[in-house]
Design a protein. Structure first.
Length: 243
């Protein structure tokens, strides 16, 4: 299964995509089962699995549980180098290009690279951009990096463009899990009109209306975590919009 190829093909046809983020640290086994059932039934495009900090080692069992109940690709969205699992189909190889912390741009990657190769999963080089969503996020704190200011569309656009020029395959702009404000529509539009690679948007998206607006502004892929944990039927509402 070439997951990036699938993403690219759908994006090139203008087909919008939904990824549901599962944080193994926050979900009970029953939560994971319920979300997996709904996601499979609704036909989402993929699962992202990860979190800024795990306090228990549940990544393998979560992926196995998802895979027992669904055929949807599972992609690791790693919060740190411990979040690698050979049970996943792919991993977002994240470079935190909004920050200036060398460890998050290349340092951790050197440590993780041989383990990822050993695990044998597809690697998707991803330019990860934190954007201010109204409160300090766990990612910003844990990565010791500043987000791009909420209203600085030009900085976001130039950062994404540089990421594309460096050869990254996806741009993922994230206001952070549980953000008070999702990324502005004008920023999404500004970035989308200046890059050719697929654009992923996440952080603080809580309802289908907002999802629709962000898709219309140019997002190819939306990532929803918190809101789905609280109300899994939101998956159906967003898939309805996509269809
Ligand atoms: C966080 O983009 C993801 O990294 C999803 O955010 O949990 O707020 O949906 P939410």
């Amino acid at each position: 299964m070439d997951i990036y190829k699938q993403i690219l093909e759908k994006a090139s046809k203008g087909k919008k995509q939904l990824c549901v983020l599962l944080d193994p640290d926050k979900l009970t086994h029953a939560d994971t089962q319920n979300i997996t059932f709904v996601a499979q039934d609704a036909g989402i495009d993929c699962f992202f699995i990860g979190g800024s900090l795990f306090t228990s080692d549940k990544i393998d069992e979560t992926i196995i549980s998802v895979k027992e109940r669904s055929t949807i690709p599972v992609v690791i969205f790693p919060g740190n180098v411990l979040q690698i699992s050979s049970h996943a189909d792919a991993i977002l190889f994240l470079s935190l290009i909004s920050g200036r912390n060398a460890e998050m741009l290349i340092g951790k990657h050197v440590i993780a690279a041989p383990y990822i190769r050993e695990a044998g999963m597809e690697v998707i080089p991803t330019g990860y951009m934190l954007v201010d969503g109204g409160k300090q996020t766990a990612v910003s704190y844990m990565s010791n990096s500043l987000p791009i200011p909420y209203d600085k569309n030009d900085i976001a656009m130039c950062t994404a463009l540089a990421g594309e020029m460096l050869g990254l395959k996806l741009i993922y702009m994230d206001a952070g899990s549980g953000a008070e404000k999702n990324i502005s529509l004008s920023m999404v539009e500004k970035v989308k009109t200046n890059i050719k690679i697929p654009l992923v948007i996440g952080g603080g998206i809580c309802d289908a209306y907002t999802a629709k607006d962000i898709f219309n502004a140019g997002a190819d892929i939306l990532v929803i975590g918190n809101a789905v944990e609280n109300n899994s039927s939101l998956i159906y509402d967003i898939m309805q919009i996509i269809k």
